[in-house]
Design a protein around this ligand. Structure first.
Ligand SMILES: Nc1ncnc2c1ncn2[C@@H]1O[C@H](COP(=O)(O)OP(=O)(O)O)[C@@H](O)[C@H]1O
Ligand SMILES: [Mg+2]
Length: 276
């Protein structure tokens, strides 16, 4: 969609201004000791279109604890990308609240939202949105360069993350010269180079063949574990969803826990089977 590409490029640059001081506070501690990193309350999103009002969510709620890896499944058009855009402060809900740690995202100004994204969110898109004329190293360093970090430090950090995603041998290749799987690894490195609290990935393996998709997902899984990330992954791949700690299905504007067995169905990408 055209709006996604605009958002994608906007996300790659732009952090100016200051965040409210509360945003650097620790995640909220619950009585059972679990830390809540993300809390979505009574989210409503509607689009006014020529054909009338499209209500995507009404009273959508979600709590994600620090360290969780959550899969979001759902049919095309269910609103998965819109939800991730709202979590990343790239789009605004019609009503309701999103809290990331102690930041109320809806209260951020545009420049604070850009800073919030740059500091707290790593975002991986289905379309990688790398800059094709820039090298893998420059692309991965982009979020640090955009906030005016020292160039040699930014490039060194980017090289470290490219090494972690298995691309230490491709630092100086232009993004446009890389394979689809390599491009997604660069965008994973770019998402993580700022060491964000929250990794949001929107069908990151959707454009890849099965073998490459498995390799990229396995890399995400490993980095999630090793760096104690909190990750939300939108996917149509039931095997990947099963490997996440929790799977949710976005259906008719609500997130439902997939407590049953996830199966690949013949006619659709997803079927939720009976519990066993
Ligand atoms: N800016 C917009 N204006 C109107 N409708 C939109 C807009 N953005 C998305 N939509 C509609 O909202 C629905 C959900 O879109 P999206 O979040 O991309 O779904 P998904 O990622 O689950 O496939 C789609 O029907 C889409 O056409
Ligand atoms: Mg989508």
């Amino acid at each position: 969609m055209a709006h996604s590409s605009t958002i994608g490029l906007r996300a790659a640059f732009a952090p100016q201004g200051t965040l409210p001081s509360a945003s650097s506070a620790a995640a909220l501690l619950e009585p059972d000791g679990a830390e809540t990193l993300l809390r979505v309350e009574h989210l409503r999103k509607e689009y006014r279109t020529g054909a009338g009002t499209l209500v995507l969510f009404d009273d959508l709620n979600l709590t994600v604890h620090t360290g969780e890896m959550v899969a979001i499944l759902g049919e095309s058009g269910a609103g998965k990308s819109t939800l991730l855009h709202i979590l990343a402060a790239l789009d605004t809900p019609t009503s309701g609240h999103v809290y990331c740690a102690s930041t109320c995202i809806g209260e951020l100004s545009a420049s604070q939202a850009a800073l919030f994204r740059n500091r707290e969110i790593g975002y991986v898109w289905q379309m990688h949105y790398l800059l094709p004329e820039f090298t893998a190293l420059e692309n991965a360093a982009m979020p640090l360069l955009a906030r005016n970090e020292d160039r040699s430090h930014a490039l060194a950090q980017a090289a470290t993350w490219l090494g972690r995603v298995g691309l230490g041998h491709r630092l100086h290749h232009r993004a446009g010269e890389l394979s689809g799987g390599e491009q997604q690894r660069v965008s994973l490195a770019r998402a993580l180079v700022t060491e964000p609290r929250l990794l949001l990935a929107d069908e990151p393996t959707g454009n890849l063949d099965n073998r490459t998709a498995e390799a990229v997902f396995a890399q995400m899984e490993a980095l999630h574990r090793e760096h104690r990330l909190t990750s939300i992954l939108v996917t149509h791949n039931v095997d990947f969803a099963r490997r996440c700690g929790r799977s949710l299905r976005l259906h008719q504007g609500r997130l439902e826990e997939c407590t049953g067995r996830l199966q690949a169905g013949p006619a659709s990408n997803l079927h939720i089977g009976e519990s066993n």
